[in-house]
Ligand binder design. Structure first.
Ligand SMILES: [Fe+2]
Ligand SMILES: [Fe+2]
Length: 328
């Protein structure tokens, strides 16, 4: 690299140099200290490696537009350090043309405190996402009077079950993923909002075509969520979206591959869907429905046990049985 460019690396502020494709070519010592990355761990990677969802997509957009048109750009980034801590900084990126090649030089100034900006801590974000999803789920299924309590019970049990399962098997899943599963579980039947009431609440057995229509609620649900998130268009919700869609689409898959809609088998079924499936069935069994009486918890647990390896992931059933709070 050109010696003129190297000069930037001796600055006291964190400095990053990338090529035109945003591939990292060099970082300086201050950058290494702040981010916790040694330069050889990150040279050759895309400049987006430190990206967090807390920097709005519009910030990246305006940055890219500016620097690719040859102007320098300043703004605020919230990035992840190597240890996943958040790092708020004001950054100036300047394009340099040298010997026919364009380089981007980014200089960071750490912000001790943001007095205004886009930063919300994980817990706040979780709470906001949680309440939004709850309102959404309940309003979509408002026709069913018992639905709110079913959804809240499913969410509660899911929360307990993911934690138990994670601890029991030592899966070391990220806490944010665990709470995302619990939040999203409330949406599992959102697609039922588009199923005719006559079929949905029909007492007694369903005709084949009626069952086919009910099975559509998995596909319709994904479609509804896609539309909502397209409207939100916010990176903050991206991982939330993926988890919710897995649950909505696959909560009726069965471990033995005979479920719907995609007849997935075993761990082809996303973990979040396997978990919600156990909880959803348990709650349905222990609640009175138009077509069935309420089972006591013991009988329902026996059913789950019988279905180990058939309808359900056996390990998840074991985790469920290992919880001691399932009895209503
Ligand atoms: Fe369902
Ligand atoms: Fe349900």
């Amino acid at each position: 690299m050109n010696s003129q460019l190297r000069t930037f690396l001796s600055l006291a502020d964190a400095v990053i140099i990338t090529d035109e494709e945003h591939t990292i070519l060099a970082v300086n010592a201050a950058y290494e200290t702040i981010t916790g990355y040694a330069s050889d761990q990150i040279i050759g990677k895309g400049a987006g490696v430190l990206r967090s969802p807390y920097t709005p997509a519009s910030t990246y957009k305006s940055m890219k537009e500016a620097i690719h048109s040859g102007s320098s750009w300043s703004g605020v980034f919230t990035n992840h350090k190597r240890n996943r801590e958040l790092w708020h900084s004001s950054i100036t990126i300047t394009p340099f043309e040298m010997e026919g090649t364009t380089y981007f030089v980014g200089m960071f100034r750490e912000l001790e405190q943001l007095d205004r900006g886009y930063y919300l801590d994980d817990e706040r974000v979780g709470q906001i996402q949680g309440s939004l999803l709850k309102v959404l789920a309940i309003s979509c299924e408002i026709r069913d009077p018992g639905i709110e309590s079913h959804l809240l019970r499913v969410q509660n049990l899911t929360e307990q079950l993911v934690r138990k399962h994670n601890d029991r098997l030592g899966l070391k899943l990220r806490p944010s993923y665990l709470s995302r599963i619990a939040h999203s579980s409330i949406l599992h039947d959102i697609g039922k909002s588009s199923i005719p009431e006559g079929i949905l609440y029909k007492p007694g057995p369903l005709a084949d075509y009626e069952r086919k229509i009910i099975e559509m609620h998995t596909l319709i649900g994904v479609d509804i969520v896609d539309k909502i998130y397209a409207e939100l268009d916010d990176e903050l919700f991206e991982s939330e979206l993926a988890t919710a869609k897995n649950i909505i689409l696959h909560h009726h898959e069965r471990w033995d591959g005979t479920g719907y809609p995609h007849r997935l088998q075993g761990d082809q079924i996303p973990l979040e869907a396997r978990i919600v499936s156990v909880v959803d069935v348990f709650d349905a069994l222990t609640t009175k429905r138009p077509y069935k009486e309420k089972w006591d918890a013991e009988t329902a647990l026996r059913y789950l046990t019988e279905q180990k390896g058939k309808q359900f992931d056996p390990e998840i059933v074991d985790s469920f049985l290992a919880m001691n709070t399932v009895v209503k």
